[in-house]
Design a protein around this ligand. Sequence first.
Ligand code: PLP
Length: 401
Amino acid sequence: MRVYLDNNATTIVDPQVKKEMDPFFVEKYGNPNSLHAYAGETHLPLKTAMEKLYAGIHAPKEDSVVITSCATESNNWVLKSIYFQYIATGRKNHIMISEVEHPSIMATAKFIESMGCRVTYLPINNEGIMDVQTVKDNITSKTAIVSIMWANNETGAIFPIEEIGELCKEKGVLFHTDAVQAIGKFPVDVQSFDIDYLTFSAHKFHGPKGVGALYIKKGKELIPLLHGGSQMGGHRSGTLNIAGIIGMGKAMELAIDSLDFEMEDIREMRDAFEDELLKIKDTFVVTPREKRTPNTILISFRGIEGESMLWDLNRSGIGASTGSACASEDLEANSVMEAIGASEDLAHTAIRFSLSRYTTQEEMDYTLEVVKKAVIRLREISSSYAYAPEGYESGLDSHHH
Ligand code: PLP
């Protein structure tokens, strides 16, 4: 049996999405900006796809949804533009992000820091969540932007975006949220909260890879990252990824249609699986499940290196993760586990299971059996587990056990 439980890294393209994209390679390939009938064939489908994206995040017409090549581009764009507009010009001198942002925010912030901007990396609490008070304590009149992810890719922890947005608005500070792990997991409405910029990416919600977007509130214009032609109203140049945009539009529509299923059925399946995993001795989950996206579990098995567990799972056809996909080439501790101050031995034992609407109960039952066997096998050969004394300090708060 093959089981894919790495949906926070990327998802299967929904066959309906692929079907919608198919005509836009060989049959309809005109550049929508051209002045002939070939262009006309792509114009309307593009418009329809854009309308689905606006509807999906409740963006009003006067705001912009700008198509990019991925969430990484959207995240780079926001921070670099703010650097050019506010920091390089001396109007402001400071930005804030959380210490558990995706590398596309983290590395961009580090780059801006190297250019002379002050950057605050806001800590998360022991539940893996950012407290609004932490933002409040660090925000100044010289802060240009606060960028906090809506949901964390590793733990699924949902951050208090509403309160952070309110605070930023009150202080006259711009607010960006990386909503990559939020779309399709719970309702995202840019109008109900004070959000100036919002990032998302099609391949995290059963759309194609290589297409993402940045929502920009009216009046919060950015400087283009890619200068060139007048595509996307001059916001982002480069010939449009027609099939990709059409695919993302369809994927958004399906994600919205599937929200109830995701929030009820997937959550139920996740919770039942988690209940069973937590029956295994010496297992720990950081973020309480009601404060998480419905599809994610980051769990530690004391005494078992995450990579060893991944290897055992993979041999049985199960794809999971030790955290961020980009980190899986090196044997580093899970960064969220480190950020919450988990002990060194626990930080290396985290495994992430992320479900999707394609995940079945049969797959979860199979995975549970494989995990149970792997735990027994790996703990037998684990030097650290064998010597852990009874009642050994967990390094995590006891109420999360
Ligand atoms: N932000 C978050 C929270 C993510 O989980 C990811 C994907 O791993 C990204 C950004 C980057 O997305 P993309 O692959 O579209 O650049």
